[in-house]
Design a protein. Structure first.
Length: 383
C-alpha cells in the first residue's frame, strides 16, 4: 500500500510539473521579429546606452563590443566598466574606444566597501548613461544585429518599461542542451507571470536587461542592489515595486552566451546563484535538492517494480519531454535534447545542494577573485 501511495504521489508531482509547463509556455516565446519593416527606433532622437561590467574578459570582449556596435535601427552608446581587470581587457578596450567614439571606457581600480563588484560596475556605468534606455548585458554575450531594435519595438507596443531575454547557449553536448531545456522549464512560470502582468511576478536576466532609463532611476537601480548576488532578477523586483511593466522572452541564439556547454559545467556556473536565489535559506535548499532527487529516483525505479502505480510514475517523469520538446522547437533544436531533459533534473537538484554546500563551507561567495561573507550577503539581499 505504501509503495502505491509513494508512486502515486510521485506521479502527481511530475504530471503537475508537465501540465504547469505546458500552460505557462503559451506565454514563453521568442522575441518577435521586425517583420521586414523599418525599426521604429531608427531616428536621431532615440539613444540606447549599453552597460557592460567587464573583468578579465580578453577572450570575448572584443567580439561582444563589435556585435553591439553593429546593432541596426537604434543609436547606441556602449559604456564598458573595466572592473579591476588584470589580463589584456584594458588594452582591448582602449583600442576599441579609439576606433569608435560610441565606446566609452571607465576603469575601476578599487572596489568600495559594501558592494559586489558587478553591482558596483553596473551602478557606475548606469551613472554615465545618457540614453532613453539602458541595456545591461554581460561581457561574454553576443547579440544578433537586430535584437535591440526588436526589444524596443516590443516595449513600445506593450507599453513596457523593461524587456528581458533568457541567456541563450551554444552547447556542444546533448547534456548541455538538455540542461538548458530543463532550466527554461523552471523559468516558464516566471516568464508567463510577467507577460500576463500577474501580481507579485517579476523577472530580470543579466544577459539582456533592457530598461527605460527613467524607470531605472525611479526604482533605485543598482544603488539598491549593492550586495545582491541575484541582482539581475532583483532588478525586476525593484521595477515591479515601482509599478513598471516587464516583458520576457526566450533568448536562444538572439543572446548567445558561452557560459556552460555541459551539465557539469552548468553546475559550476550556478555555484554562486542557486543558494542566492533561495535567499540563503538552508532548509529550502535541502528540501528542494534532496526531495527533488528522491522523487526523481522513485519515478525512475517505478517501472521496474512491475506495479501499475510505478509504471505511471515513470510515465509522469517522461512526460516532461513534452514541454521540453516545445522549447526545443522554438530554439530550432532536435527532439533528442528534449528526450534527455527529464533525466537532467537530478543535476539541477544537485546544483542547488552544491551551491548551498559550497557557500556554507566557505562562509560566503568567492566571485571573480573577491570574497563576500555570507553574513554580509544575507543582510544585503533585497527581499
Amino acid at each position: 500500500m505504501w509503495q502505491s501511495l509513494l508512486f502515486g504521489g510521485t506521479a502527481a508531482i511530475f504530471f503537475a510539473m508537465t501540465a504547469a509547463s505546458l500552460f505557462h509556455l503559451r506565454w514563453a516565446r521568442r522575441l518577435p521579429s521586425l517583420g521586414g519593416s523599418k525599426p521604429v527606433h531608427d531616428n536621431e532622437s532615440s539613444l540606447c546606452s549599453v552597460v557592460l561590467a567587464a573583468r578579465d574578459e580578453e577572450t570575448r570582449i572584443e567580439i561582444t563590443i563589435r556585435r553591439l556596435l553593429a546593432q541596426e535601427g537604434v543609436r547606441l552608446q556602449v559604456i564598458v566598466v573595466d572592473d579591476r581587470s588584470q589580463d589584456g581587457t584594458r588594452e582591448i578596450l582602449r583600442r576599441l574606444a579609439e576606433e569608435d567614439a560610441r565606446v566609452k571606457v571607465e576603469r575601476i581600480d578599487v572596489l568600495p566597501d559594501g558592494w559586489l563588484g558587478k553591482c558596483h560596475a553596473c551602478h557606475v556605468g548606469a551613472g554615465l548613461a545618457t540614453g532613453d534606455w539602458i541595456l545591461f548585458t554581460d561581457a561574454d554575450c553576443w547579440l544578433k544585429p537586430d535584437v535591440v531594435a526588436r526589444a524596443l519595438r516590443v516595449a513600445e507596443r506593450e507599453s513596457a518599461d523593461h524587456v528581458t531575454l533568457t541567456p541563450g547557449v551554444a552547447p556542444e553536448s546533448p547534456g548541455g542542451r538538455a540542461w538548458h531545456l530543463a532550466f527554461l522549464m523552471t523559468m516558464a512560470d516566471w516568464i508567463s507571470g510577467v507577460n500576463r502582468d500577474r501580481p507579485k511576478r517579476y523577472l530580470g536576466l543579466g544577459a539582456f536587461n533592457l530598461v527605460r532609463a527613467a524607470a531605472y532611476r525611479e526604482c533605485g537601480g543598482y544603488e539598491a542592489l549593492r550586495l545582491t548576488v541575484f541582482d539581475d532578477v532583483k532588478l525586476g523586483l525593484l521595477l515591479l515595486r515601482a509599478g513598471k511593466r516587464t516583458r520576457a522572452f526566450i533568448g536562444g541564439d538572439d543572446v548567445e552566451c558561452h557560459w556552460g556547454e555541459t551539465a557539469p559545467a552548468m553546475v559550476k556556473v550556478m555555484e554562486k546563484n542557486y543558494f542566492a536565489a533561495l535567499e540563503y535559506r538552508t532548509a529550502s535548499a535541502l528540501g528542494l535538492g534532496i526531495g527533488g532527487i528522491l522523487f526523481w529516483g522513485v519515478a525512475l525505479v517505478g517501472p521496474f517494480t512491475g506495479e501499475a502505480a510505478g509504471i505511471v510514475a515513470g510515465a509522469a517523469l517522461l512526460s516532461l519531454s513534452l514541454p521540453a520538446g516545445i522549447l526545443a522547437l522554438r530554439l530550432g533544436w532536435s527532439w533528442s535534447a528534449a528526450v534527455l531533459a527529464p533525466f537532467i533534473y537530478p543535476a539541477l537538484f544537485y546544483a542547488v545542494l552544491n551551491s548551498a554546500f559550497v557557500t556554507l563551507r566557505q562562509g560566503g561567495v568567492r566571485w571573480r577573485e573577491t570574497f563576500y561573507s555570507l553574513d554580509a550577503l544575507r543582510a544585503g539581499t533585497l527581499r
